[in-house]
Ligand binder design. Structure first.
Ligand code: BES
Ligand code: ZN
Ligand code: ZN
Length: 501
């Protein structure tokens, strides 16, 4: 897709579709008004005839409007003008793409950039539009002999001031880089588990140092290394699988102070989660190939950071293995000494994510991190609590959780803070070891999982994002989320964050 911008209100080319907005009570936007005057009030008459009154999600597609050379004019209802906000902007663009993608429209002149959104400027509006458009037009074609494609090839964003040119250029550059990374994440996450195993993911990671030789170094830790490190919890989970457990460490160094403490991201990379001996139900078990979505998000995040050349030190860790069952599986009742020294009694082998991550949380201490963020498709309970549009966030630091919530809001990756309650942590007492891997509460599972992890996340600011619901949905596949949130967080940390307003 080609993205560009201009100051024009009328396009000379005839094959373009212009997109304008109308608010409640048929109030046209500025540009809408101008076009309406040029059309001798034709646009407003058509709006009246159609019954469109500007409510959110309404739309009207006009052809051959008098005096206007655009082949088509798409009018989108944007609701109450004073209440127009981030979410309505996002919804309107999603609606537009749903309409456009089933037509033969090749080129769009996009005027929603003229709308006021509280505290957000043209940079944000253009960048977000690019991200949403690319997101909506994604298809996973790899295993289809008949590939699906769309006709739309070019988007022109309207900007109204000379002084916005620089912001538009940066927005397009960043929007494209972020969208490309989202596509990479989706492509990897959607792969089947017979292809996307630990060695596939570590091979992809390893190649990053050839693509970005100045800034990226990659180390792969195999089972032999993990044994030496005493990462016994991680090793137990992957022990029965034919695919070796592998942890990829992607080090990106681009801070002017090379000793600057890094920000570390850990992604759960269970390439298939059968549940192990605590076997899952067969219903939708195929979806457990998505249990590596978080690792794939961390991979995509590292690509985006490198493409945007962020002035930071960041370490991305893909914690990969496969949870299978057989004669060599770990079992309920086993007691495992984790890398931290804490002995964990296994009650359920399907609560494997926390066992992998707990050892990585201990391992990362060697990097003396400023911040550690783990991302995981950790609990079905998080889906029950928050559905599939909201990430669960848990943290041991108020400042970190505030920063993440702020990035979530700006990026559109909805996120909700859940508490790590001290009283709940006591529920992990074990009769035979230090702690159990699950307690027998059947409620609050997302919080309890974070409570377990908090035993290991010591001596640094730590946040945990449960993305079991948001990383994939059954009808659309992988979403690439929460990459938008994480890159927004890092743009802010880079202090090259563009003023949003
Ligand atoms: N990978 C699952 C969580 C999951 C469930 C992700 C559904 C995406 C969709 C995780 O390993 C798991 O099985 N968790 C258990 C924990 C339980 C045994 C405490 C769960 O959620 O049932
Ligand atoms: Zn599981
Ligand atoms: Zn899992």
């Amino acid at each position: 897709m080609e993205f560009t911008f201009n100051f024009n209100i009328l396009d000379k080319k005839t094959n373009t579709c212009a997109i304008i907005s109308v608010f409640k009570n048929k109030e046209l936007s500025n540009i809408g008004n101008k076009l309406n005057i040029i059309s001798n009030n034709y646009i407003l008459c058509e709006i009246n005839n159609s019954g469109l009154n500007g409510k959110i999600n309404q739309s009207l597609l006009l052809h051959n409007v008098p005096n206007i050379k655009y082949k088509r004019l798409l009018i989108i209802g944007c609701g109450n003008k004073k209440k127009f906000n981030i979410n309505k902007y996002i919804n309107s663009i999603n609606k537009i793409i749903n309409i456009i993608k089933n037509t033969n429209i090749k080129k769009i002149h996009f005027f929603l950039t003229e709308l006021n959104i509280y505290k957000l400027n043209i940079y944000w509006k253009i960048r977000k539009a690019i991200e949403l458009i690319e997101d909506k037009l994604y298809v996973f074609n790899k295993f289809k002999n008949k590939k699906k494609t769309f006709n739309i090839k070019k988007i022109i964003f309207y900007i109204n001031k000379e002084k916005n040119i620089n912001l538009a250029i940066i927005a397009i550059k960043q929007g494209i880089a972020i969208s490309n990374s989202i596509k990479i994440v989706k492509d990897i996450s959607n792969l089947p588990p017979n292809i996307c195993n630990s060695s596939y993911l570590s091979m992809r990671s390893y190649r990053l140092q050839d693509i970005f030789p100045d800034k990226i170094k990659v180390f792969n830790i195999n089972e032999k290394d993990m044994k030496k490190l005493e990462m016994n919890a991680y090793l137990s989970v992957g022990r029965e699988s034919e695919n070796e457990s592998l942890m990829s460490i992607i080090k990106y160094s681009n801070h002017k102070n090379i000793n600057k403490k890094p920000i570390v991201f850990i992604g759960k990379g269970v390439t298939f989660d059968s549940g192990g001996i605590s076997l899952k139900n067969h219903y939708k078990m195929d979806e457990m190939k998505y249990d590596m979505c978080a690792a794939s998000v961390v991979y995509g995040l590292m690509v985006a950071i490198a493409k945007l050349e962020l002035p930071l030190n960041v370490i991305g860790i893909l914690a990969c293995c496969e949870n299978m069952l057989g004669g060599n599986s770990y079992r309920p009742g086993d007691i495992i000494k984790t890398m931290s020294g804490i002995n964990v009694e296994i009650i359920n082998t399907d609560a494997e994510g926390r066992l992998i991550i707990c050892d990585v949380l201990t391992y990362v201490k060697r990097f003396n991190p400023e911040i550690v963020i783990d991302i995981a498709t950790l609990t079905g309970a998080c889906i029950i609590a928050l559905g599939n549009k909201i990430n669960g966030l848990m943290s041991n630091s108020n400042t970190l959780s505030k920063e993440l919530l702020n990035s979530a809001k700006i990026s559109g990756d909805c996120t909700w803070l859940l508490p790590i309650k001290e009283e709940y942590k006591k529920k992990f007492n074990s009769k035979f070891a230090d702690i159990v891997n699950i307690n027998n509460n059947n409620s609050g599972g997302a919080i309890f999982a974070a409570c377990f992890l908090s035993y290991f996340a010591k001596n640094y600011k730590w946040a945990h994002l449960d993305i079991a619901g948001t990383s994939h949905y059954n009808n659309i596949g992988a979403t690439g989320r929460p990459l938008y949130l994480l890159i927004q967080f890092l743009l802010k940390k880079s202090k090259i964050d563009i003023p949003l307003y």
